[in-house]
Design a protein around this ligand. Structure first.
Ligand code: TRP
Length: 334
């Protein structure tokens, strides 16, 4: 009874390059927290990762690592569906159908495509261009109500809505039109070396980011070296982006508001503050890392969870795919 009344969430994350503290505070911690309120479907989107070149052995390892990390940080396979995108072939199938209802012009306007093709001018492949269509397929296959995403993915969710509305307009109600969900805890974590840029796993400067797999020593060192600014007060304000970034990290981990943090560190310098931030991050990540190692070394358990996840995901996705195929006029035997 209760199950049926819950709204469905879908979200995805790429397996390559590991997860940063920014991924965790900005998205993944929220993935964990909404599991009781929503019926959640979470996917490790390995097909999306193919838009850049990957070493096959590394990719294979990173897919398992990403899944183990999601389980370690609290995605509960008894509550939510966790699966690897390529294990459910309906994603690639619906993606093709939707690409015939998405305009070249629309995809050309995607800012992520423009950014990425500037960054990799030697490999502007068609997959990079149609990336948002595959993402639309991900979302629409699960009759998704809400999609928790960061601000950088908002345009892709809007495109998903446009395509769903267009398809429904042509063939009658087929797809549920999803809403984006932005996290309430506004933890947009920035680079530790340049607080004007987002903390990114592809930043060439390792000190700019904290990875969820970083050792405690590395975390302490990186936070100690994080750029702050002249002045010594722990507060927000003009020219204080470095400190503000550390404040949102601290707030993201401890649940404290900016005001509470300013209060806590009034009259104390950056040194004290950075030590407290480092302690809090280490305390949050240490148990998670132990759990991660445990799960990663239990291949039977991990693969079992993923197998079951893909079966559950498939049974939902197949129905939606077949509904769309019939509407269009293919799938003539069913
Ligand atoms: N494009 C998303 C990102 O880079 C990942 C993603 C793929 C996704 N499919 C999705 C996110 C579906 C939400 C819903 O962050």
């Amino acid at each position: 009874m209760e199950e049926a009344s819950k709204k469905r969430v879908f979200s995805g994350i790429q397996p390559t390059g590991g997860f940063t503290l920014g991924n965790y505070l900005g998205a993944l911690k929220n993935w964990k927290n909404i599991q009781d309120e929503y019926e959640c479907v979470y996917s490790v989107v390995d097909l999306h990762a193919l838009t850049v070149r990957n070493d096959p052995a590394t990719l294979r390892r990173q897919i398992r690592e990403a899944c183990a990390m999601l389980l370690a940080l609290g995605i509960d396979p008894h509550k939510s569906i966790l699966f690897v995108q390529s294990h459910v072939s309906a994603h690639a199938e619906l993606s093709w159908l939707l690409s015939c209802y998405t305009q070249f012009g629309e995809l050309s306007r995607m800012t992520q495509f423009k950014d990425k093709s500037q960054k990799h001018p030697d490999n502007i492949n068609a997959g990079l261009f149609t990336y948002p269509v595959l993402m639309a397929a991900d979302i629409l296959l699960y009759d998704t109500d809400v999609v928790p995403v960061g601000a950088d993915q908002k345009q892709h969710v809007e495109l998903t809505r446009d395509v769903a509305i267009r398809f429904n307009g042509l063939y009658g109600d087929t797809f549920r039109v999803p809403e984006p969900l932005f996290t309430r805890v506004a933890a947009r974590v920035m680079s530790l070396q340049d607080p004007a840029a987002k903390m990114s796993k592809s930043d060439p400067n390792e000190n700019a980011r904290i990875m969820l797999s970083d050792s405690s020593e590395a975390i302490v060192r990186k936070i100690k070296r994080a750029v702050t600014d002249s002045g010594s007060e722990v507060c927000r304000g003009e020219g204080k982006q470095g400190v503000e970034n550390l404040m949102s990290i601290y707030g993201g981990v401890t649940g404290r508001s900016f005001e509470e943090i300013e209060e806590e560190f009034r009259g104390r310098g950056y040194g004290d503050f950075k030590a407290a931030v480092a302690d809090a991050v280490v305390a949050e990540l240490q148990p998670l890392q132990q759990e991660y190692q445990r799960i990663l070394s239990d291949r039977g358990y991990l693969d079992g969870v993923l197998k079951e996840g893909s079966e559950r995901a498939s049974s939902i996705a197949r129905k939606v795919l077949s509904r769309a195929q019939k509407r269009i006029g293919i799938n003539i035997f069913r």
